[in-house]
Design a protein around this ligand. Structure first.
Ligand code: GLV
Ligand code: GLV
Length: 334
């Protein structure tokens, strides 16, 4: 019988069609609701491939029961929803979707920065609610973006793409990262700093770092205290990089001026969460990579990776490089 694939969300028909030509395909066919964990587990026990999203938790207990599983294709660049070490120990390939979403995610990060600084959502709401009474000198006066200092935490591909965009606004670019980035320093004029110095000097602190044991809660009370009281914090990476209680306190006490947040500790965040009611918070529903073109490319890449692995070929993108070296040692890939 054909190898089988379980897809945890509704995808565009072309993608499903391509997979169906080669494999037995089952789908949790919902646009709105994530697959219930017990159904995901039942499928994981049977299938050769899982096509998942960041709302699906692929932990070691699920993987321990996934007897036939060969590949997990995650429709995201981040993969903190997957226990990669457990997948490794079972010889399961983990694939993500880097590169195809870089510019789209950087565009949105810059849009969120600009919208937060210039109060775009408040302005739109003012008009929509019929509250625009007259032109007035300080009506919705925000913060300038041009010629300010941008601080990027996590200078990967997306961080560099954000830095590129800021050049048009003649911003000064600071960055902090595990490794120095010679390209960004030489070609974008980005200046490396310690985390602390970046926080103290930046007008915009933009978080782009992946969620790992090292970065969890790195934006804590002390970090927000270090920032300028005029600083704006932007997060399009993962919510758990931030201590949300500390962020709330910093915003209420005026330790920072505002925040643009696309990601949260618990998603979806409740509309009555204390952060959401603050006038100086602009919150969006984890949509930074969501352009039609890019979401289709991400689906395609997941589908391609699954096809390749189930037919004994190298995937286009792979998180656990260990998987490849083991397969190459046994001469099992073309
Ligand atoms: C989305 O959050 C992603 O990691 O691609
Ligand atoms: C955080 O700064 C990182 O290491 O990317």
């Amino acid at each position: 019988s054909k190898p089988s694939v379980f897809i945890t969300r509704k995808m565009v028909p072309d993608i499903i069609g391509n997979l169906k030509k080669q494999f037995e395909v089952r789908i949790w066919d919902s646009e709105e609701d994530a697959v219930p964990p017990e159904i995901l587990l039942e499928e994981a026990k049977k299938v050769d491939a899982l096509f998942v999203t960041i709302s699906d938790k692929i932990d070691s207990s699920l993987l321990a029961q996934a007897e036939n599983l060969k590949v997990i294709a995650n429709m995201a660049v981040g993969y903190d929803n997957i226990d990669v070490e457990a997948a490794n120990s079972k010889g399961i390939a983990v694939c993500n979707t880097p590169d195809v979403l870089t510019d789209t995610t950087a565009d949105f990060t810059f849009a969120l920065l600009m919208a937060t600084a210039r109060r775009v959502a408040e302005g739109a709401e003012t008009v929509k609610q019929g509250n625009w009474q007259s032109w007035s000198p300080l009506l919705l006066a925000g913060h300038d973006i041009h010629h300010k200092t941008l601080g990027i935490i996590g200078m990967g591909e997306i961080g560099e793409a954000v830095a590129k965009r800021s050049l048009g606004f003649e911003m000064e670019i600071l960055y902090h990262n595990r490794n120095r980035k010679p390209f960004a320093e030489q070609h974008l004029g980005a200046v490396y700093c310690s985390f602390e110095e970046l926080l103290e000097r930046s007008d915009y602190v933009v978080c782009m770092t992946p969620l790992t044991a090292e970065t969890e809660n790195m934006f804590d009370a002390e970090a927000f205290k270090r920032m300028k009281d005029s600083a704006i914090f932007i997060n399009t990476s993962r919510g758990r990089v931030v201590d949300e209680d500390a962020l709330h306190k910093a915003l209420v006490q005026g330790e920072i001026a505002g925040a643009g947040l696309d990601v949260f500790t618990n998603e979806p965040i409740e509309s009555d969460h204390p952060l959401i009611s603050l006038p100086n918070v602009l919150a969006t529903p984890h949509m930074a990579s969501s352009s039609i073109e890019t979401r289709i490319e991400m689906m395609n890449l997941c589908s391609e990776n699954i096809s390749r692995i189930l037919t004994g070929r190298k995937p286009k993108t792979l998180v656990n490089k260990e998987w490849l070296s083991v397969k190459e040692d046994i001469g099992g890939l073309s």
